[in-house]
Design a protein around this ligand. Structure first.
Ligand SMILES: Cc1cc2nc3c(=O)[nH]c(=O)nc-3n(C[C@H](O)[C@H](O)[C@H](O)COP(=O)(O)OP(=O)(O)OC[C@H]3O[C@@H](n4cnc5c(N)ncnc54)[C@H](O)[C@@H]3O)c2cc1C
Length: 301
């Protein structure tokens, strides 16, 4: 199906884009990976599109103090390939690496992914675990929203009419990370997503962060499991009951790709395996094979 008629603008700076978006009739377009299919299905029919592709300030990757700033228009593949990100936040690169296929990663952007807020989007648990913040601009103001408050539910965010997502700010995490995306085929959207960040100091687990995605509520931290294991010797058995309790309270997406109960079991198994792997010292071996026999999801975070 063809989309309904629309006007098309391609501003070269942020102010021009914000002016065009102010009346609420236009919609920003990044790589069009989600918006164009929605327009073709006529689920949305914006009167005009504001293409963000020429706004150079949205394409930068920079370190500001101890924070990594990733512009909204940076593509997933640029995140995978960036030397700055590899050094500052490899767990972000690892997260981007398992998004769709190369075509999707070449067009899709971090800003578009967050603004679209598909519950199964790869970035959501990782950015929550990293305690990232989202910078949002309007003609009148610029505000910073913690990732924990940005996603309100499936396809729903804190963005208000006329606002643009400008960048994502990621504080440095000096530890290691594991990213698990469970899907039927590698390029599919996830059935279960887990990101774990951790440090091991003198044999004790420190600053453990466990975040889960593919949920109808937006991503969630498993705070009770984190508390149970933080500061102690790594003993996955000690956390198993708490993990069960906490996973039982999750509200995963419930659709044709996987029912809610099945997804709970997937999440439980992913977290359990991650913790058991750590306890066996598997992370010292470097890369492990992932679900598809690929590079795997471990790195210094
Ligand atoms: C076949 C396929 C497989 C995929 N698999 C995965 C996967 O495994 N994991 C995953 O995470 N994602 C996956 N995706 C989604 C992909 O990651 C895209 O990043 C995501 O769809 C957003 O696309 P986009 O950046 O092109 O944004 P667009 O489609 O251009 O825009 C999406 C929405 O965000 C709004 N928007 C865009 N930029 C901004 C901004 N700066 N400020 C405010 N609003 C904005 C638009 O108005 C629109 O509502 C897949 C997509 C496809 C087509």
């Amino acid at each position: 199906m063809y989309p309904s008629n629309f006007e098309y603008y391609r501003p070269s700076n942020l102010n021009e884009a914000l002016e065009l978006l102010a009346n609420g009739e236009c919609r920003p377009i990044a790589g069009g990976q989600s918006l164009v299919p929605l327009m073709k299905l006529r689920i949305v029919a914006p009167k005009c599109l504001v293409d963000l592709g020429r706004i150079e300030s949205l394409r930068t990757i920079a370190i500001e103090g101890d924070v990594l700033k990733v512009g909204a228009m940076v593509t997933h593949e640029e995140i995978v390939e960036s030397q700055i990100i590899e050094e500052f936040s490899p767990v972000l690169a690892l997260t981007a690496e398992s998004i769709g296929d190369l075509q999707v990663r070449n067009r899709g952007t971090i800003g578009g992914s967050l603004a679209h807020a598909d519950p199964s989007a790869n970035y959501l648990p990782t950015l929550l675990a990293l305690e990232a913040e989202v910078v949002v601009v309007s003609p009148l103001a610029r505000r910073v929203v913690p990732m924990a408050d940005f996603v309100k539910g499936p396809y729903t965010t804190d963005l208000r009419q006329g606002e643009l997502l400008e960048a994502v700010m990621i504080p440095r995490y000096r530890g290691r990370g594991i990213v698990e995306k469970f899907a039927i085929r590698k390029a599919d959207f996830a059935i279960g997503l887990v990101t774990m960040l951790y440090k091991v100091i003198e044999g004790k687990l420190d600053d453990l962060r466990l975040a889960v995605g593919a949920l109808a509520t937006g991503p969630v931290r498993l705070r009770k499991v984190e508390e149970k294991l933080r500061g102690g010797e790594l003993n996955p058995k000690a956390a198993e009951d708490v993990l069960k309790e906490e996973v039982a309270l999750l509200q995963p997406v419930d659709d044709i790709h996987g029912g809610a109960e099945y997804r709970r079991r997937v999440i439980f198994t992913l977290v359990k395996r991650m913790l058991e792997g750590l306890a066996r010292g598997r992370d010292n071996e470097g890369q492990v094979e992932d679900q598809w026999g690929g590079k795997g999801g471990r790195c210094g975070a």
